[in-house]
Design a protein around this ligand. Structure first.
Ligand SMILES: Nc1nc2c(c(=O)[nH]1)N[C@H]1C(S)=C(S)[C@@H](COP(=O)(O)OP(=O)(O)OC[C@H]3O[C@@H](n4cnc5c(=O)[nH]c(N)nc54)[C@H](O)[C@@H]3O)O[C@H]1N2
Ligand SMILES: Nc1nc2c(c(=O)[nH]1)N[C@H]1C(S)=C(S)[C@@H](COP(=O)(O)OP(=O)(O)OC[C@H]3O[C@@H](n4cnc5c(=O)[nH]c(N)nc54)[C@H](O)[C@@H]3O)O[C@H]1N2
Ligand code: SF4
Ligand SMILES: [Mo]
Length: 699
């Protein structure tokens, strides 16, 4: 008999409610759950493709060990014992271990409940992760302004009347640091009530196509636009902080003078957006209606990423939109991590690249390859990669390829032999996705409504397989035991989850949440900033000295000559997710997706033809890629999606290898970074583009 299970999708931050129809262990269909309290029936093609992940023949079912260049299945006991033994030996010789945690670990709450134990067992204070290729600037800003790295205010799209999205493409990404399933319909609803969506992006994206207005911006220059908007708010007499006056600290008064000397005309030239547009944006955000400005990857993974995210907060404050219904608000989710974990930290540490920021114990991933390649006793000799693929995700993947080969021990927690895990000595694969339970641990606190939704596993874990959390917990115990240390009992993720739910203000039990397969709606977001601030004086620290100093660094950089090379940016597609999901036939179908988008004028100037091959060369490397001529990208800008490049030797992804593409991160440059957060610069990479040399067959 077919059975239908309600389940939340774990692939992206939207966490859509799905209906999974199964018979025995066969998946008959996966569709959107119309009754889910948050996603209201929305689903994207990746949700349906969970069936392909569950059934993928390339997915490893047993631990494997590399022996003479070949993968051999071994038992879990042997794998754990050998890894613990080799780690112990290495550490005995003074060898340094490290860990990289990839994006999917943020989508598996079970991992979060156990990984601390593994870190302690290995002896790691800090780790590398996808956060420093992504959102780490948000955490720096939230830490300083609101007193907690995770106190994030998200746009209340369901009541907003004027929304500016700068450097985000939720129509493809389904939202980020903003859990907003069903984004397109929410935009349509906003427009139906006369609200407006404005998009700022160097590409006319899927989101831009939904918008009431779209402005091209030169990659990497948004700081000029944001300062221009803020200055126009002050100069136009639009400041209205009345709602927040009790919680703004004295440093609010430092902001207007700090931007007073910027010249709107110069800012406009720098970013390519006219000062009239800046002034109109300021007036619209400050008009008598709830409004919000929101910025994501396009303004985070750049040299002034932290400054950008600070300016966005300040604009929302200045226009009276922070902590306002229809503006931006901090959610109050059923599981409120803010009160349960510490405020986080913002520090500096010595690295092979000199002093670098460490935010919440996150070392900059741009330094990882160099730390493995250094030749002193500080060299990283053992690396644990938990659910990530940095060879494709981090700048200069080719250098990482070289560096990973130098390790004395590498362990990948992954179900595939990927571009990264192919370098491992051991791969520890988790069970299938529908054999795990799910809770939106990190994304409930970022959702457009307050809610809770728990999904039990649909299938039992087959004999001999394990969930990620079990693998992590058991390896941690083995390492502690072999080191002669006390071995604590494992606390199952469900117990931790139940405890955290009950300790949160909503006070729900896991049993109550589980009894509601469509989720529990706790209502729309509410202004609550005054209660939630975790700064010492319970006030918003408006202008931390680091941000003011960064304004000056930006000001000085305006005098720098801008290179006249082409500017490379990334892109995301709704049928792909970072470096994986390319092994699903149903997602891969359709036209070639790993193309170089280039404007017709730039193509003509270089003699490039649509569908022809181009060589793209940056400072670190060059790639050959199919050309796609389109005026969706602005002149001077070219775009390649990240996460491709499956043609590398030994990759065990048979479907993905049919359309391997090239890796954007063979062109991005780890030398560039945001000095306040250590974040990578993944956009605005200077490149040259020319027709690829044709190979003429010998006569
Ligand atoms: N140029 C450029 N680079 C980027 C970006 C960009 O926009 N441009 N985006 C950056 C961002 S935002 C991010 S988050 C990173 C992401 O980059 P990574 O952190 O490297 O994450 P993924 O590419 O998602 O890695 C997926 C890997 O995890 C494995 N995996 C998937 N699910 C599971 C699971 O449940 N358990 C286990 N054990 N393994 C699993 C997959 O097989 C795959 O090998 O990429 C970054 N890199
Ligand atoms: N389908 C799909 N969904 C995903 C993912 C995926 O890979 N595929 N990845 C998930 C992850 S890990 C994340 S972090 C989120 C990211 O979510 P988003 O940030 O919404 O996604 P991106 O597509 O990276 O959007 C960044 C936008 O910034 C633009 N951009 C590039 N450079 C600049 C610039 O200098 N200035 C401005 N203003 N814009 C610029 C790009 O053209 C792009 O449209 O998506 C998540 N969802
Ligand atoms: S939008 Fe994200 S959460 Fe929703 S179905 Fe697609 S991948 Fe899953
Ligand atoms: Mo991300």
């Amino acid at each position: 008999m077919p059975q239908t299970h309600a389940r939340t999708c774990h692939i992206c931050e939207a966490n859509c409610g799905l209906l999974v129809e199964v018979e025995g262990r066969d998946i008959l269909s996966i569709r959107g759950n119309p009754d889910h309290v948050l996603s209201r029936g929305h689903i994207c093609p990746k949700g349906t493709a969970i069936a392909d992940l569950q059934n993928d023949h390339d997915r490893l079912r047993r631990p494997v060990k590399k022996v003479d260049g070949q993968w051999r299945e071994i038992s879990w006991e042997t794998a754990f014992a050998e890894i613990a033994g080799r780690l112990g030996e290495l550490k005995g010789q003074g060898g340094k271990p490290a860990m990289y945690m990839g994006n999917p670990s943020a989508h598996d709450y079970g991992i979060s409940t156990q990984v601390g134990q593994l870190r302690r067992a290995i002896g790691l204070k800090n780790i590398y992760s996808a956060s420093t290729l992504d959102q780490i600037p948000h955490h720096v800003v939230q830490y300083h302004m609101y007193g907690h790295v995770s106190l994030a205010a998200v746009p209340d799209i369901d009541r907003c009347q004027h929304l500016i999205i700068i450097g985000g493409n939720p129509a493809a990404s389904n939202g980020s640091i903003w859990t907003v399933p069903d984004f397109k319909k929410r935009v349509k609803e906003m427009q139906a009530r006369d609200g407006k969506l404005i998009v700022v992006d160097p590409r006319r994206t899927e989101t831009a196509k939904l918008a009431d207005a779209h402005h091209f911006v030169k990659p990497g220059t948004d700081t000029a636009l944001l300062i221009g908007i803020l200055k126009s708010v002050f100069d136009g007499g639009h400041v209205d902080t009345s709602r927040l006056d009790d919680i703004l600290d004295d440093s609010w008064a430092d902001i207007a003078p700090a931007i007073a000397d910027f010249d709107l005309d110069q800012l406009a030239v720098h970013c390519g957006i006219g000062k009239d547009v800046m002034q109109a944006m300021a007036a619209d955000l400050a008009a008598d209606q709830p409004a919000a400005i929101y910025g994501r990857m396009g303004v985070s993974v750049c040299e002034f990423g932290t400054l950008n995210q600070w300016l966005i907060q300040v604009i929302n404050i200045a226009t009276g939109n922070l902590d306002r219904e229809g503006g931006t608000m901090v959610p109050e989710p059923a599981l409120d991590t803010i009160n349960l974990v510490g405020r986080g930290s913002v520090r500096k540490t010595d690295t092979v690249r000199g002093e670098m920021p460490v935010i919440m114990g996150e070392l900059p991933t741009i330094t990882l390859a160099d730390e493995m390649l250094r030749e002193d006793e500080e060299r990283i000799r053992a690396l644990f990669v938990i659910t990530g693929n940095p060879v494709l995700s981090a700048p200069d993947g080719a250098k990482l390829d070289t560096a990973l080969e130098k390790l004395d021990l590498m362990v990948s927690f992954d179900m595939y032999v990927t571009e990264t895990s192919r370098h491992a000595d051991y791969i520890l694969p988790p069970c299938g996705p529908l054999e795990k339970d799910h809770y939106p641990f990190f994304f409930g606190p970022l959702a457009v409504r307050n809610y809770a939704s728990y999904s039990p596993a649909i299938f039992d874990i087959p004999e001999g397989e394990k969930a990620d959390w079990e693998i992590i917990a058991e390896l941690a115990r083995e390492i502690l035991a072999s080191d002669g240390q006390d071995v604590p009992n494992i606390r199952p993720p469900r117990d931790v989850l139940d405890n955290m739910l009950q300790s949160s203000p909503a006070g729900l039990t896991l049993e109550e949440v589980e009894a509601a397969p469509n989720g529990i709606d706790l209502g729309p977001l509410r202004p609550c900033m005054a209660d939630r601030l975790m700064t010492e004086d319970k006030q918003i620290q408006c202008a931390h000295p680091d941000f003011l100093a960064e304004l000056q660094r930006f000001s000085a950089s305006l005098a720098d000559e801008q290179p006249d090379s082409l500017c490379l940016i990334g892109r995301r597609h709704v049928r792909s997710n970072n470096s994986w999901l390319h092994n699903s036939k149903r997602l891969l179908k359709g036209p070639e997706r790993c193309t170089l988008m280039i404007h017709p004028d730039d193509a003509a100037a270089r003699g490039l033809e649509d569908g022809g091959m181009a060589t793209v060369t940056g400072r670190v490397n060059s790639v050959e890629i199919v050309v796609e001529i389109t005026d969706d990208v602005m002149p001077g800008v070219v775009s390649i999606p990240h996460g491709f490049g499956h043609g590398r030797k030994g990759v065990g992804l048979s479907v993905a290898r049919e359309k391997p593409g090239v890796s954007l991160n063979d062109l991005t440059d780890p030398e560039s970074f945001d000095p306040l957060s250590g974040n990578a610069v993944l956009n605005a990479t200077p490149v040259t583009v020319e027709p690829a040399m044709e190979i003429v067959a010998a006569e």
